[in-house]
Design a protein around this ligand. Structure first.
Ligand code: GLY
Length: 322
């Protein structure tokens, strides 16, 4: 059995590439790297890789992580600048016994030495977006943390290996050096091939308060289905945050177990995910939260057009198959 699930509609092309790899009997590690690279390389996605939105000093600082559910190997980089594919650096780091979590200039030094491609990740478009919004921040008309669509994926291959991985530019206008949940094991991602994997997207500062990805895997270990585990982890954390802190940030998750069954949940009105397994064709789902009731709806054309307009500013019929 194989399968791949990813956060947000923007991952669709990546998931298609990852699935091609799985069908050729490629490993979950290869498939997830190819899939995430595809998202990182596309310049119009505003929250991942090339074209990701900058921090308040107009620098694109990227976070990424990779976890192998067979060995529990983890590699993670935080606040790295000027490298094309953070996911590949995190994957390579996961093979290190020690020093497998690196930040900022340490991560850049490692990547340089290992021969990874250097690239200026700040696009003209991202720069223009920054310039357009900066004065709103100065006038307090914009919350610095608006917009945070991390790519997170969980992949299962024919050898029953589960891998999870993330890549993000984090929150728009974040403080220099700010790190969210995405590169933190247990918060942004977790994988155990004997159980399953999970990954998260949303407000990192709140997702990490519940170690939400680990919590989902733990619930699956206790017998919850991926869907039940996702819903319980999200709704419980949302409740705790609202009760103790009066508000909860955006919390959205996806998970897959070692049988290729999957789940997704959110505490916001709408989140999307992309999934394909050996048993199910590739589909984009819109995940809705109606007062604590989670609904999964297959995305239709009208929804896709609206999403693309919001996410990338226009609809490219050829590319998106409108
Ligand atoms: N979930 C992405 C972040 O908070 O950086």
């Amino acid at each position: 059995m194989w399968g791949l699930i990813a956060t947000w509609r923007m991952s669709k092309d990546g998931v298609e590439k990852g699935i091609e790899t799985l069908k050729r009997n490629g490993s979950a590690g290869e498939a997830i790297e190819i899939a995430i690279q595809e998202v990182e390389n596309y310049p119009l996605f505003k929250s991942v890789g090339f074209g990701g939105l900058p921090n308040e000093e107009m620098e694109v600082e990227l976070d990424a992580a990779y976890m192998d559910g067979d060995t529990l190997d983890v590699g993670s980089i935080m606040a790295i600048k000027d490298f094309a594919n953070p996911i590949s650096i995190a994957k390579k780091l996961s093979k290190e016994k020690v020093n497998c979590v690196l930040v900022s200039s340490g991560a850049e030094k490692y990547a340089q030495k290992a021969g990874f491609e250097r690239k200026n990740m700040l696009t003209n478009r991202a720069q223009a977006f920054y310039n357009e919004k900066k004065h709103l921040i100065d006038r307090n008309d914009l919350k610095a943390y608006d917009g945070h669509d991390t790519v997170g994926m969980v992949c299962l291959d024919n050898d029953n290996k589960i891998v999870s991985a993330t890549s993000t530019s984090g929150l728009f206008m974040k403080k220099k050096g700010r790190v969210g949940d995405s590169p933190l094991i247990g918060s942004g991602f977790y994988a155990d091939s004997q159980i399953g994997g999970a990954t998260a997207t949303g407000l990192g500062e709140d997702l990490m308060k519940g170690c939400i990805s680990y919590e989902i895997v733990r619930l699956m270990k206790d017998g919850y289905s991926p869907q039940e585990a996702c819903e319980k982890a999200v709704l419980d954390l949302d409740y705790e945050l609202r009760t103790r802190r009066k508000e909860a940030g955006d919390l959205s998750v996806v998970a897959m177990n070692c049988n290729g069954e999957w789940g997704a949940a959110t505490n916001i009105s709408e989140f999307s995910c992309v999934v394909q397994t050996e048993k199910e064709n590739l589909e984009v789902y819109v995940i809705k939260n109606n007062n604590g009731i989670i609904e999964k709806i297959v995305a239709d054309e009208a929804w896709t057009e609206e999403y693309m307009k919001n996410e990338i500013g226009y609809v490219d019929e050829e590319k998106w198959g409108k």
